[in-house]
Ligand binder design. Structure first.
Ligand code: HEC
Length: 148
């Protein structure tokens, strides 16, 4: 009995220590929707689009930057123009941002569309955090990827 209880507490502790990307995605779903489809013309889709970003040189770093500092200015995703503002999420912990990125990369199979996808790590987020970009600077970073 005691042993079962110990195992239970241990598992519970492990679950708490690891950020839950699916749960954290609730903060994004109001705009990008639970199914990642977004709202045409207002909020770009993430499902299917994350693979397009990951497929570009620098795309992986760009995704981290968008979550950390947001994005502002005109972009085009799957033939549809957007000119909105994505809020910054730099108040989240590194491991939370990594967990959200892993959620949006895997929830709709985008990871399967890029070769050799590796899960985002806390260290990758930490390494970029000190850059402190503005949402407009993130847009400049986006232009370098060669996305529309
Ligand atoms: C208040 C609405 C809102 C919320 C909340 C939001 N986003 Fe966004 N997101 C946007 C908008 C609007 C854009 C496009 C900005 C533009 O037009 O320049 C965007 C852009 C993006 C992009 C870049 C797409 C590209 O093609 O460059 C990614 C990735 C992204 N969001 C992921 C997320 C994730 C993950 C979350 C949750 C942590 C989130 N967003 C929360 C509105 C939102």
């Amino acid at each position: 009995m005691k042993r079962t209880l110990m195992a239970f507490l241990l598992l519970g502790g492990l679950a708490l220590a690891q950020a839950d990307g699916a749960k954290l995605y609730a903060q994004c779903a109001g705009c990008h929707q639970a199914n990642g489809q977004g709202i045409p013309g207002a909020f770009p889709p993430l499902a299917g689009h994350v693979a397009e970003i990951l497929g570009k040189q620098g795309g992986r770093e760009y995704l981290i930057k968008v979550i950390l500092w947001g994005l502002q200015g005109q972009i085009e995703v799957k033939g549809m123009k957007y000119n909105g503002a994505m809020p910054a999420f730099n108040g989240l912990k590194d491991e939370e941002i990594a967990a959200i990125l892993n959620h949006i990369a895997t929830a709709w199979g985008d990871d399967k569309k890029v070769q050799g996808f590796k899960p985002f790590t806390t260290a990758e987020v930490k390494a970029l955090r000190d850059k402190k970009l503005t949402p407009q600077q993130v847009l400049e970073e986006r232009k370098k990827l060669g996305l529309k």
